[in-house]
Design a protein around this ligand. Structure first.
Ligand code: SAH
Length: 426
């Protein structure tokens, strides 16, 4: 409340500033706003059904056999000792696995012939096997569908670029985060993958790259992104174990550069903060997809728990702690989240926390089969990108590798399952 005294102390009235400070960027009257609730999710049995956010992790049916990639070197030695084998063999087995990418006992000629099978059998059981391998983009992309020991299926995608070879891995079978535009989000969560089940995807990719399976001859796997099935933060412990196996130098791990590894999350704020403290300077990607809580509440169900502001604060702190620039993922969906004012709002939110700490990756939506949502028009996408760039935000549109092979997360698994169900009915 103002008092006469306040009034007397007030500075002399200045002329109104010419440019009035704008409020937050907001909707333009008459614009089209498509909502995430406009269609029931894929596979829904009633029109008002929606995928449900769930943090519950169903128990696995039977444990995956133990594998050397589940342990650090000390753990591997102990496992061999417990099996009555010589602990120092763990070092040799690890070198075969992490530097020659093999689990085949016959390749291990430095091990005594009479013990090879037993050693490999103890710590290198088969954890994943190929159900399908599909090639796209002239052989520069290979998508795999894997089956795990209990019949559960997951996907990974290997992509060769001019300057790098990247593997997109799954951290869970299915996902409980229920994002309505994501094929995996419609499945619900089946189970977490073990550390070794994640690492095996990487080992196969490193082996395939080295063997020259990708067009262009032998390549070295350089990057790994956790952008396949699942929410890595819900499987935090096993994901951190897998990160160690990827980053630790041989014979502990593959010795990949931490900067080439990206953990992508829908936004579990406390776990983003925990990851920052692990001393593993991997890149963090945040699947934001909307800069305003109004839309994000509908589009990304976990926003009901952690809001855009809290999420961006945690992402910014991650940058401060690790020195790694954060990627902001933004799937552009026509008339839903692609308005220029949202690009401006996103830029304002990022710039309010500092400059140069984040870059934005708009991704053209890869619609799930039967979806009414589509990707933005080229013109809208260009305007979105330009708005961000004008505001000083580094922005790179993600290329849509493998979209002709059900490239979007979870689509291949769904497609193969539907085919098999079709066959079973016929
Ligand atoms: N749970 C993690 C990893 C999931 S997939 C996360 O949400 O970040 C990796 C990225 O692909 C996420 O940004 C996800 O939102 C995005 N994505 C999922 N389905 C998509 C689709 N149909 N089109 C475009 N991007 C999609």
């Amino acid at each position: 409340m103002s008092t006469p005294n306040d009034r007397t102390r007030r500075a002399p009235r200045r002329p109104e500033p010419v440019a009035v400070r704008r409020g937050p960027a907001g909707p333009v009257p008459g614009e089209v706003q498509v909502l995430p609730t406009d269609q029931p999710p894929e596979g829904a049995t009633s029109p008002d059904a929606r995928p449900r956010l769930s943090f519950a992790v169903p128990p696995a049916r039977g444990k995956a056999p133990k594998h050397l990639a589940d342990y650090d070197l000390a753990g591997r030695k102990k496992a061999l000792k417990d099996a009555g084998l010589q602990p120092f063999r763990a070092d040799q087995l690890s070198r075969h696995y992490f530097t020659r990418f093999t689990r085949d006992a016959e390749d291990m000629t430095d091990l005594p012939a009479g013990q090879r099978d037993q050693l490999a059998g103890e710590l290198l059981p088969e954890l994943i096997h190929e159900v399908r391998a599909l090639r796209a983009d002239g052989g520069r992309t290979i998508k795999h569908l894997w089956e795990l020991h209990d019949g559960v299926r997951v996907e990974s995608v290997l992509m060769r670029y001019k300057d790098r070879t990247t593997l997109c891995v799954s951290s869970q079978a299915g996902c409980g985060m229920a994002c309505p535009f994501c094929a995996t989000g419609q499945m619900g969560l089946t189970r977490n993958l073990s550390t070794a089940e994640i690492v095996e995807q990487v080992r196969y990719a490193a082996q395939a790259s080295e063997r020259g399976d990708l067009t262009g001859g032998p390549a070295r796997l350089s990057n790994v992104v956790f952008m396949g099935m699942g929410e890595p933060m819900i499987n935090y412990k096993n994901v951190v174990g897998a990160l160690h196996r990827m980053i630790d130098p041989a014979p502990e791990g593959f010795g990949l550069s931490a900067r080439g590894i990206t953990v992508s999350t829908v936004g579990l704020v406390p776990l983003i903060r925990k990851l920052a403290g692990e001393g593993l300077p991997v890149t963090l990607a945040v699947s934001l997809h909307a800069p305003d809580d109004e839309l994000r509440d509908e589009l990304i169900p976990i926003n009901s728990k952690w809001k855009v502001g809290e999420l961006l604060d945690a992402a910014h702190d991650y940058y401060e702690t690790t020195g790694r620039r954060v990627s902001i993922e933004y799937a552009l969906i026509k008339d839903m989240n692609d308005h220029a004012w949202r690009a401006q709002r996103l830029a304002d939110e990022l710039n309010a926390r500092g400059h140069g700490w984040a870059h934005v990756n708009p991704i053209p939506l890869n619609p799930t089969p039967g979806s009414i949502w589509t990707c933005s028009t080229q013109e809208t996408q260009d305007e979105f990108v330009e708005t961000l760039r004008r505001a000083g935000i580094t922005t790179t549109v993600r290329d849509t590798r493998g979209s002709d092979i059900d490239g979007a997360c979870g689509q291949l698994a769904t497609e193969v399952l539907n085919q098999e169900r079709g066959r079973a009915k016929a």
